[in-house]
Design a protein around this ligand. Structure first.
Ligand code: UDP
Ligand code: MG
Length: 322
């Protein structure tokens, strides 16, 4: 029986939360559908998460799990689960119940109305002062420099249609920033809103170091701005050098002022530095192109193909098997 709904849950030290989440999903899906799978990805947990998952999977065949060989981090763990999912709608959520499963009914409704991507957007942040403000500034920066609009206050709690997931699976980039990749793909998108509650049990697996790395991945995978900085710096430095030079030449010619050699040299060095920045920018343009190419993102993304024969994935596969 083909599966209609996949839930994908990365779990790092979530022995207490995993069974609670399972119970909530069962309860939720009782009124919606029976053809679902719940995929946990054990991301190198140090507690009894694995044993807990094994237990759940034994009792209920709809529960599946992937056990990673070590801790690869949230984004990688989530990717492993998403790649293994088979549902027509794929819902990713955290294990710690900060992404309330109660919201999923609404997300499924939107999907049934024809939306391909349904994000759960946080209405307001309850994080501490520092986290809240770094997040606000980070999203501003991302908004300003990323080539595409990556929605703000949206984490990895979302529903995507199978066709979106198939493209995501194809995107083999190493610096994974899933929410950016999903936004990059396009498709018909909508939001449901929620207030993010506190974590149910355990401690956050996201350290500052991991958060900063994720932030860098987001910024660097979706913007080549840092590489273009040489252009701005070069232009600015040359402008300053040139202004001083003009002034000094003018001053020498009109008022017989004399400048020591060191001053002429300073100006010359300033302008040479500017030139170097400009060449660094040129290098950056090439490096940026190489970088874009190594990401191997698809050149285009198809929403629908109408009146094509055997373009349907299943029929393609079956004709190969014959
Ligand atoms: N997580 C993971 N690997 C990690 C860190 C976290 O799989 O190295 C999982 C974790 O179990 C949870 C989700 O990613 O399901 C979000 O983690 P966390 O609650 O620490 O993040 P926050 O809520 O602070 O964003
Ligand atoms: Mg959390």
């Amino acid at each position: 029986m083909p599966i209609r709904y996949s839930f994908v849950v990365p779990a790092y030290n979530e022995e207490e939360n995993a069974p609670v989440l399972y119970a909530k999903i069962v309860q939720l899906m009782a009124n919606i559908a029976d053809d679902w799978e719940l995929i946990y990805v054990n991301d190198g947990s140090r507690d009894n998460t694995l044993a807990t998952l094994r237990n759940l999977a034994q009792k209920d065949k709809r529960v599946r799990y992937i056990d990673l060989s070590r801790n690869f981090g949230h984004q990688a763990a989530l990717t492993a689960g998403l790649d293994a999912s088979t549902g027509q709608a794929v819902i990713s959520l955290d294990c710690d119940l900060q992404d309330p499963p109660e919201l999923i009914a609404e997300m499924i409704q939107k999907w049934q109305q024809g939306y391909d991507i349904v994000y759960a957007r946080r209405r307001k942040r309850q994080d501490n002062f520092l986290k809240k403000y770094t997040a606000i500034w980070y999203y501003r920066l991302l908004d300003r420099f990323a080539e595409i609009k990556i929605p703000r206050n949206v984490g990895d709690f979302r529903l995507v249609d199978r066709k979106v997931q198939d493209y995501l699976t194809q995107m083999k980039e190493k610096a994974i920033y899933l929410r950016g990749m999903v936004a990059w793909l396009g498709f018909k998108t909508t939001y449901v809103e929620f207030d993010r509650p506190e974590r149910e049990h355990g401690v956050p697996g996201y350290t500052w170091e991991k958060s900063i790395r994720l932030a860098m991945d987001g910024l660097l995978s979706f913007s080549l701005f840092p590489l273009k900085l040489g252009f701005v710096l070069g232009g600015f430095t040359i402008f300053i050098g040139f202004s001083f030079l003009t002034y000094m030449v003018f001053d020498t010619l009109t008022s017989n002022a004399e400048y020591e050699l060191i001053k002429w040299l300073s100006v010359a060095i300033f302008m040479a530095m500017g030139l170097q920045f400009i060449f660094m920018w040129l290098l950056g343009e090439y490096v940026g192109r190489i970088y874009e190419d190594t990401k191997r993102r698809p050149i285009y993304v198809i929403n629908e193909k109408i009146n094509f024969e055997t373009k349907n994935k299943n029929s393609e596969n079956s004709s190969e098997e014959q």
